[in-house]
Design a protein around this ligand. Structure first.
Ligand code: AHM
Ligand code: MG
Length: 338
């Protein structure tokens, strides 16, 4: 397929024709999500000129102070997706419980999960942020949709993606046939296909982790990073570079573009918490994208997409990116328990 001016709509229709795996309702849903991202992107670019910077007085269910843009992005996604008839319910990082489509609208067969504004700490400092989303199918024969319907492993996702609001606004998507990237053409107001069949290099010399937590890490993570830091003189016999943007969308985008390994592992600060990032609307969609691009994603022990969620806001340890590096970190975890 030529990449000259293929819109998101055309790409999705062609996916439907070629693979026959993209039902019209799912296509519609993805178009609405993309439209919401366009609207969020417009708010983001207003910066100090719009009433979008700063914090609110509220906290979300994870006890994090909500930024104005967290709330705005959440509302944009809810309002845009509520009335189209393709969804049964939605779940978000910013809402305690699920949002069932109100009775006045028809109910569809899909479930949408999202982190409306990922990288919230970067909003006010003009660093890339994004929206992450995941789509599941509502289990059949469930009369009234409930939270339990959402608790499906990531391997059951039917679509996943993110939109990064950076120097460019880029939408990255998988419906299970590889990963495609679309750049927002602001003059035309549409997402245009700019890259297909993204492949994450199997090896890398770049890692991403918040180094300030080093003293709290488990031994396998410390071993891996120490070896990277030892560079040419160490066992890896090559130098490594480090990047940490503190927006998972931006770090994952870099990894999809040029490889790397991203880690937000379990650490000793709160031993009962499996990690910082949320399984259902952060780790699962990102893990599927990375796998679809030939990379890997584990929690140190298991493939993330195989994890059975027990709760909507469940957290997880995340190691994802270039296949061979993820395998190495996962192997270090296995060796540590022997
Ligand atoms: P958020 O969804 O509230 O923005 O939190 C998730 C973000 C990730 O995007 C990023 O990788 C991580 O938190 C950064 O955490 P830290 O500030 O501990 O480095
Ligand atoms: Mg997030």
């Amino acid at each position: 397929m030529s990449t000259s001016r293929i819109s998101l709509t055309r790409y999705l229709i062609e996916q439907e024709r070629i693979h026959g795996t993209l039902p019209p309702q799912l296509r519609l849903l993805l178009e609405v999500v993309a439209r919401s991202c366009k609207s969020i992107s417009l708010s983001v670019t207003k910066g100090a000129l719009g009433d979008i910077l700063g914090a609110t007085k509220t906290e979300n269910i994870q006890g994090e102070v909500q930024k104005k843009l967290d709330i705005i992005a959440n509302e944009v996604l809810i309002e845009a997706n509520e009335w189209g008839g393709h969804l049964a319910a939605m779940a978000s990082e910013e809402m305690d419980s699920i949002h069932v489509i109100p009775n006045r609208y028809p109910q569809g067969e899909y479930l949408l999960l999202f982190d409306p504004l990922d990288g919230s700490s970067n909003i006010d400092v003009n660093v890339s942020i994004g929206t992450i989303f995941s789509v599941l199918k509502k289990p059949e024969n469930t009369p009234a949709v409930g939270e339990a319907d959402f608790l499906q492993p990531g391997s059951k996702q039917v679509a996943a993606g993110y939109c990064v609001y950076g120097p460019q606004t880029t939408l990255v998507l998988t419906v299970g046939n590889g990963v495609a990237m679309f750049t927002l053409d602001r003059e035309q107001g549409s997402f245009v296909l700019t890259q297909e069949n993204i492949q994450v290099p199997e090896d890398t010399q770049e890692f991403a982790i918040n180094m300030s937590n080093m003293r709290h890490w488990a031994a396998p993570v410390k071993r891996y990073v120490d070896e990277c830091l030892a560079g040419e003189e160490g066992v890896r016999e090559k130098n490594f570079n480090m990047r940490w943007i503190a927006s998972m969308v931006a770090d994952v985008h870099r990894i999809l573009t040029r490889g790397g390994v991203f880690m937000y592992p379990w650490d000793k600060r709160e031993p009962n918490k499996p990690g910082k990032l949320r399984l259902m609307y952060e780790a699962n969609p990102m893990s599927w994208l990375i796998e679809q691009a030939g990379g890997a994603a584990t929690n140190g022990q298991q493939r993330i997409l195989d994890l059975q969620p027990a709760g909507l806001h469940e957290r997880v340890s995340v190691i994802l990116g270039s296949k061979n590096e993820v395998a190495r970190v996962t192997r270090y975890h296995a060796e540590a328990v022997k």
